[in-house]
Structures are given as structure tokens and as C-alpha cells.
Design a protein around this ligand. Structure first.
Ligand code: HEM
Length: 459
């Protein structure tokens, strides 16, 4: 008889059992919203809570999620709290644009994200990861893999955005990116309470100067490229910046919107993938029985004499992809997708009143008792090709769903599998000590204190 495979259950907050007072609510939302959710949020199809200052609906049921994000999406706008935090920074970028501006921008940008262009970025993803991986060759002692993955995905994004052609010093640019996103992540208690905009948010003040400096570099970089296109015509890099500049025009994007979208791509497109990569490496380190199979898959593939081009790796490495997808189930980089009904709405016997906070939370949906077996266990086989059809489209939402689904999803998946293939082919990642990384929701789901790991060459 086969011995049963061990199962690894990674750290996560235990669902609350008692009620939460207003002060405790504010403190938890500020420190770590993941610790807020009680038993019903992981067991019920939906939860409707009336606080003294707001009405919150937690939508877990796949049918309800489909109703909010797809079938009746016209009746839902982006949640006011998120807009208050992100709009001053991202302005009319795709993530924060609404109404006609969003519609025109999404249409104009669709051609930028076609498979042909995403595939065109694969070689840059491979080269950037290879040179990043070289630095581990002489690593002595533990490194913070969480931080390293942010550097890797930032390098990949900088390469695919600008091909390294930034106005000014690339290192100080990446420093400004760091400063900006450090301050961006927090929900200010004043926003939660719906305080008026003229009241200063102490969580945001620090970021203002960083933002002004950062915007100025992005604007100069765009000017620099525009001048090059005018001079050299088609002989310019075919990166995001060139592709976005080609959408410029009355039916496409304005120059200011191009700037907003560059900043949006930086905001939405590297930290998310970095968190998912970090959690994947952590989970595999704790489940060596899973890692063995993945190393085998990667070795067999990467050692081939006729190694296919990197845009084909995603389809060629199903176990590696499954581990990444399972990591995004357990630790969704975007843990909450928030909406607000424009008018009163109803789904079955649930009333969704105008202005309520409707939370579609990958965090609770992905760990829900009704929809998953062993919801808290790390079981990548759920995502193996033969099992995939058992997963409802609306019970697994790392990239959201409906008209506002992540436009960068295929970019992120391609990038992640290329990065994992190169890193796991060359190295084994193990936790440096027994500390358990605690998931904390900032803008993304982050391991508090990072991921101290030792990186051991495999060949
Ligand atoms: C693992 C990586 C990623 C995850 C988990 C992720 C997750 C998400 C989610 C959940 C949404 C929907 C938000 C909502 O409906 O409120 C979204 C939207 C978006 N994402 Fe991603 N994302 C990732 C990578 C990327 C990348 C690489 C880019 C760009 C290069 C990107 C750009 C965007 C943009 C522009 C939107 C707004 C789309 C719209 O509203 O039309 N994301 N992402």
C-alpha cells in the first residue's frame, strides 16, 4: 500500500469567533486586515455586517461574485476607500480610472497585452532572471527572498517597460519606487471612517514628495522616448513605453494618461508577482515532497538540448505553474477586490444597498470551507491539468474577473514560470530558521519580517 503523502498547512490567522469592537476594528484594519475575519467569513456564502458607520458585505458565493463582477458589473464602482488611497497616486491609470475614461483606456490598451507582445517580453524575462540568479552563486548565509523577489520583478518590469532607458539614474529611480510604495500600502483609519478629504492623512503625507519626484522622472523618460521615436521611427525598443506611446491620440490615451499608466504598471505589476514568487519558494521549502517533483520537471526540461524559447515554458511546465497557482490561492497577492453598488441591488435574498462595501476577497474565497477540500493545506495537485476543471471560475480569483480582470495576468504567469524554472534549476531555497512567516495585508499579502532563506546551488 502507498504511504499517504504528508500535507503542509502554512501559517494563517485563525478565524475570529467573537464580535469586534470599533476600536479593535480600526486597529486591526490598520495593522493587518487579514486578522479581522471571523468564522462566518470562511463558512457562509455571504456575510452582511452593519457597523455603526458602514455596511459591509463579504461575498464568497461564486454565483454572487459572478453577479457583482460580471453580470451586473455596470451597477458597481470601485470602492471609495481604495480610490481615496490610490487615485492621488495613479490618477487616470487603468486600475483607478472609471466610467468613459476607463472604457476608452482599456480598449486602447488591449493591443498592448496581446499574446504576441507578451511572448515578445519572454526573452527579457529570461535574461533578467539569469543575471539576477548569478548573484546567488556566492551567497553566504541567509538572504531575504521576499525582498529579492521584489528586486527581480522590478528589474523585469523596468526592462519590459523602458528597456533600461530611464531619464536619470536607474538606482535612484528604483529607490523612489520603494519609498512611494512603502507609503501607499496602508489604509488610513480616517479613510475607513469616511472622513473628508481636506483632513490630512498622516499615512500619506510622507509619500507626497516621493510622488512628485517620481512623476517628474517618468514624464522625462516619456519625453526622451518620444524624441527617439520621432528621430529613429521603428528602430526603437518594442517595450511597454513604445507600445503605450503608439496608443496616443483622441480615441486612445493622452500623454498624461500614458504617464498614469506607466506608474500604474509599476504599482500593479511587480510587487504582486514578487509576493507570489516568494510565497511559492517558501511553500515548496516546507513541502519537499512537492518540490522533488517540480525539480524533476524543471531539470528534465531545462537540460534539453533543444530547449524551447521562453514564451513556451509556461505550457511546458504544468507542475511548476500549479505550485505558483496554489501559492496564489493560499496567499493571494491582491487579497481583496472591493466594490460599491451604485444603486440598490439584490442577489437571491441578499440586499446589496447603494454605497455598501462589497468585498470580494480572494483571501476568504480561496480558503472557504464550502468550496475547497482541505482549504488551508498546500496541495498544488488541485491545479494539475487533469484537476483544473473542478475549480469554478469564480472560486479562484487571484486576478479578479469580469471587465476589470487583471490586464497583466498572462504577463505575470509567464514571468513567474520563467523565473521559477531558472531559479529552481540552479538553486534550492530553504528557510534559514524555524520562524514562520506571518501573512500581513498591506497593498499585497506580504510575509511579515520577510523570508529569510538559504540558497544552495544544486549543480
Ligand atoms: C501575480 C501578479 C498579479 C496579480 C495577483 C494581480 C491582480 C490583479 C487583480 C485582482 C486585479 C483586479 C482588481 C479589481 O478588479 O479591483 C488587477 C487589475 C489590474 N492589474 Fe494586475 N495583478 C498582477 C500582475 C499585474 C501585472 C504584471 C500588471 C501590468 C504589467 C498588472 C496590471 C493591472 C492593471 C492595469 C489592472 C487594472 C485593470 C482594469 O481595471 O481594467 N497586474 N490585478
Amino acid at each position: 500500500m502507498d504511504t499517504p503523502r504528508p500535507v503542509f498547512t502554512p501559517p494563517a490567522p485563525v478565524p475570529r469567533t467573537g464580535p469586534v469592537g470599533t476600536l479593535q476594528l480600526i486597529r486591526t484594519v490598520y495593522r493587518n486586515p487579514l486578522e479581522l475575519w471571523g468564522e462566518p467569513s470562511y463558512n457562509e456564502p455571504w456575510v452582511s455586517i452593519e457597523w455603526s458607520f458602514a455596511h459591509t458585505i463579504i461575498a464568497n458565493d461564486p454565483g454572487l461574485i459572478r453577479h457583482v463582477l460580471v453580470d451586473n458589473a455596470r451597477n458597481y464602482r470601485m470602492a471609495a476607500v481604495r480610490q481615496r488611497i490610490l487615485r492621488p497616486i495613479l490618477r487616470d491609470g487603468l486600475l483607478t480610472a472609471e466610467g468613459e475614461t476607463w472604457k476608452r483606456s482599456r480598449k486602447a490598451m488591449a493591443p498592448v497585452f496581446t499574446p504576441r507582445h507578451i511572448h515578445g517580453f519572454a526573452e527579457a524575462m529570461k535574461k533578467t532572471t539569469e543575471s539576477f540568479a548569478d548573484r546567488y552563486a556566492d551567497a553566504r548565509g541567509p538572504v531575504d527572498v521576499s525582498r529579492d523577489m521584489t528586486m527581480l520583478t522590478y528589474d523585469i518590469l523596468a526592462e519590459t517597460l523602458f528597456s533600461g532607458e530611464i531619464a536619470g539614474d536607474p538606482d535612484s529611480f528604483s529607490h523612489e519606487v520603494d519609498r512611494l510604495f512603502e507609503t501607499m500600502g496602508r489604509v488610513d483609519p480616517l479613510d475607513l471612517l469616511g472622513a473628508p478629504q481636506w483632513l490630512p492623512r498622516f499615512t500619506q503625507l510622507r509619500g507626497r514628495r516621493a510622488l512628485a519626484f517620481f512623476r517628474q522622472i517618468v514624464a522625462s523618460t516619456i519625453e526622451m522616448r518620444k524624441a527617439r521615436i520621432d528621430r529613429d521611427g521603428d528602430a526603437v525598443p518594442s517595450d511597454f513605453l513604445t507600445l503605450l506611446l503608439r496608443t496616443e491620440g483622441p480615441d486612445g490615451l493622452s500623454r498624461a494618461e500614458i504617464e498614469d499608466n506607466i506608474i500604474t504598471f509599476i504599482g500593479a505589476g511587480h510587487e504582486t508577482t514578487a509576493r507570489a514568487l516568494g510565497w511559492t519558494l517558501y511553500l515548496l521549502s516546507k513541502a519537499p515532497w512537492e518540490r522533488d517533483g517540480i525539480e524533476q520537471e524543471i531539470d528534465d526540461f531545462m537540460d534539453r538540448r533543444d530547449l524551447p524559447p521562453p514564451h513556451e515554458w509556461l505550457d511546458a511546465l504544468p507542475l511548476t505553474r500549479a505550485a505558483f497557482e496554489e501559492a496564489m490561492r493560499l496567499y493571494p497577492p491582491a487579497p481583496s477586490i472591493n466594490r460599491e453598488p451604485v444603486e440598490d441591488d439584490r442577489y437571491q435574498d441578499l440586499l446589496l444597498p447603494k454605497g455598501a462595501a462589497v468585498l470580494v476577497m480572494p483571501w476568504t474565497v480561496h480558503r472557504h470551507r464550502l468550496y475547497w477540500e482541505q482549504p488551508d493545506a498546500f496541495l498544488p495537485s488541485r491545479f494539475h491539468p487533469e484537476n483544473r476543471s473542478r475549480i469554478d471560475r469564480f472560486q479562484y480569483l487571484p486576478f479578479g474577473a469580469g471587465p476589470r480582470v487583471c490586464i497583466g495576468a498572462s504577463f505575470a504567469l509567464q514571468e513567474a514560470v520563467i523565473a521559477l524554472a531558472i531559479l529552481l534549476h540552479r538553486y534550492r531555497f530553504d528557510m534559514a530558521d524555524e520562524t514562520q512567516p506571518w501573512p500581513v495585508q498591506k497593498l499585497t499579502t506580504q510575509p511579515d519580517g520577510g523570508l529569510p532563506m538559504v540558497v544552495i546551488p544544486r549543480r
